[in-house]
Design a protein around this ligand. Structure first.
Ligand code: ATP
Length: 339
C-alpha cells in the first residue's frame, strides 16, 4: 500500500455515508441515508424485507452503483476504488458457493491466495472454531459449520472490515450462539463489522450501534439500549392480585384479559415502593410482579410498521429471547456470489 493510501486510511470512521440514494426504475430503494460506522465497532442494520439493507450494503461493498450521495469505506469511494477496497474488506454472503470437494483448509487457503496480506490459514480456522474439521470436505460439514467456513473465507484476506449479511438466518439456537461468539471474537481483534439482521436479539447481543431502516430511510439510530428513547420510555408495572384485597386506589386498575393489573406510573420508583410496601404490610402476594420497558422489538415495530413473523407475537418482556421478525425469509435470497 502506498503512503498516500495509508494516510487516507489511517483516520476517520470505517464507513461514512451521506445522502445515499438509489432507485431501480420507479422504486426508490434508498432515499437519502446517512451512516457512520466507527472503527472496531459492530454495527447492525435492522429492517424489514425490502427496506433497502442489501442495496445499501452492496453499494458500500462496491457491488452496486449509487445514484446520489457520498460514500467512504476505509477511506475509499467504493464506486471508483473498488479494487483497492476489495483487498481490505471481507464479505460473508448468505451462502458462498464454494467447491464442496475441497477440504476446509484447502478452501481457506484458496481464498487467502487472492489477497496480498492473508492471515495464516490455521489461525483463521481456529478463529472460527473449525480446527477439528480442517481436513474435512465442505460437503461433509453441517449447516452451522459451513456458515463458519463462510466467515473463515471472509477472514482469509485479513480484512479490516467485514460485511455480514444475515449471519445466522436459518440457524438453530445453539449454532446461533456459537456464531455470535465468532463475531464477537472478530470485534475483539479490532475488526469493524457491519451486519444486517432481522433478529432483535442478535442486534441486542452483538451490536454497539443499531440503525433501523424502513422504506429506504434510517428511522432510528443508537445503541441497542437507548434507540428510540427506550431507556426514557415510561415503564409499566404488572401484577396479579389475590381476590378480595384492594391496594391504594392510584396503584390499581381493572385487570386485563390475562388477569394482570397494569399501571404506567409517572414515577416508577415511588409507585413500586408504595405497591410492594403495601403488599408486605398486608401480607398480600403480588403474583407475577414485573416491570416492563419497551423492548428493542417494540421500538422496531413502532418505527417500521412491520408485521411480526409467526414467532414474534409474545409479550414485550420476552421479546429479546430469540425472536425472528421475518422468519419466512428464504435463506438464499439474491443468488449473490463472491467474485
Ligand atoms: P430483504 O431483507 O428482503 O433482503 P432489503 O432491506 O435488503 O430486503 P433491498 O433488497 O435493498 O431490501 O430492496 C429494497 C427495494 O428495492 C425493494 O423494494 C426491492 O424490491 C427493490 N430492489 C432491490 N433490488 C432490485 C433490483 N435489482 N431491481 C429492481 N428493484 C430492486
Amino acid at each position: 500500500m502506498g503512503a498516500m493510501a495509508e494516510l487516507v486510511q489511517a483516520g476517520g470512521a470505517a464507513i461514512e455515508v451521506r445522502g445515499l440514494a438509489k432507485s431501480y426504475g420507479g422504486v426508490h430503494a434508498v432515499r437519502g441515508i446517512d451512516l457512520t460506522v466507527e472503527r472496531g465497532r459492530i454495527f447492525a442494520l435492522l429492517g424489514p424485507n425490502g427496506a433497502g439493507k442489501t442495496t445499501t450494503v452492496e453499494i458500500l461493498e462496491g457491488y452496486r452503483s449509487r445514484d446520489g450521495g457520498t460514500v467512504k469505506v476505509l477511506g475509499y469511494d467504493p464506486a471508483r476504488q473498488r479494487q483497492r477496497l476489495k483487498s481490505q474488506i471481507g464479505i460473508v454472503l448468505q451462502s458462498s458457493g464454494m467447491d464442496r470437494y475441497l477440504t476446509v483448509s484447502e478452501t481457506v487457503a484458496m481464498y487467502a491466495g487472492f489477497y496480498p496480506r492473508p492471515r495464516p490459514v490455521d489461525e483463521v480456522i481456529e478463529l472460527v472454531g473449525l480446527e477439528a474439521k480442517r481436513d474435512t470436505r465442505v460437503l461433509k460439514l453441517s449447516g452451522g459449520q459451513q456458515r463458519r467456513l463462510d466467515v473463515a473465507i471472509a477472514l482469509a484476506g485479513n480484512p479490516d472490515l467485514l460485511f455480514l449479511d444475515e449471519p445466522t438466518t436459518g440457524f438453530d439456537p445453539s449454532a446461533r450462539h456459537e456464531a455470535w461468539e465468532v463475531i464477537r471474537n472478530l470485534a475483539a481483534l479490532g475488526k469493524t463489522v457491519l451486519l444486517t439482521t432481522h433478529y432483535m436479539d442478535e442486534a441486542q447481543y452483538l451490536a454497539d450501534r443499531v440503525a433501523v431502516i424502513s422504506n429506504g430511510l434510517i428511522v432510528a439510530e443508537g445503541s441497542p439500549a437507548t434507540i428510540g428513547n427506550r431507556e426514557r420510555a415510561r415503564a409499566r408495572i404488572r401484577y396479579r392480585l389475590t381476590d378480595g384485597v384492594a391496594p391504594p386506589a392510584d396503584l390499581t386498575a381493572p385487570p386485563g384479559p390475562d388477569g394482570l393489573t397494569e399501571l404506567v406510573p409517572d414515577d416508577l420508583t415511588t409507585a413500586l415502593h408504595r405497591l410492594t410496601g403495601w403488599a408486605l404490610e398486608q401480607h398480600v402476594d403480588l403474583t407475577g410482579l414485573e416491570v416492563i420497558r419497551p423492548s428493542l422489538e417494540d421500538v422496531y415495530l413502532e418505527l417500521t410498521d412491520d408485521p411480526p413473523g409467526p414467532s414474534s407475537t409474545g409479550p414485550a418482556s420476552t421479546a429479546l429471547t430469540g425472536t425472528a421478525l421475518a422468519s419466512t425469509e428464504p435463506a438464499r435470497r439474491k443468488g449473490r456470489r463472491r467474485s
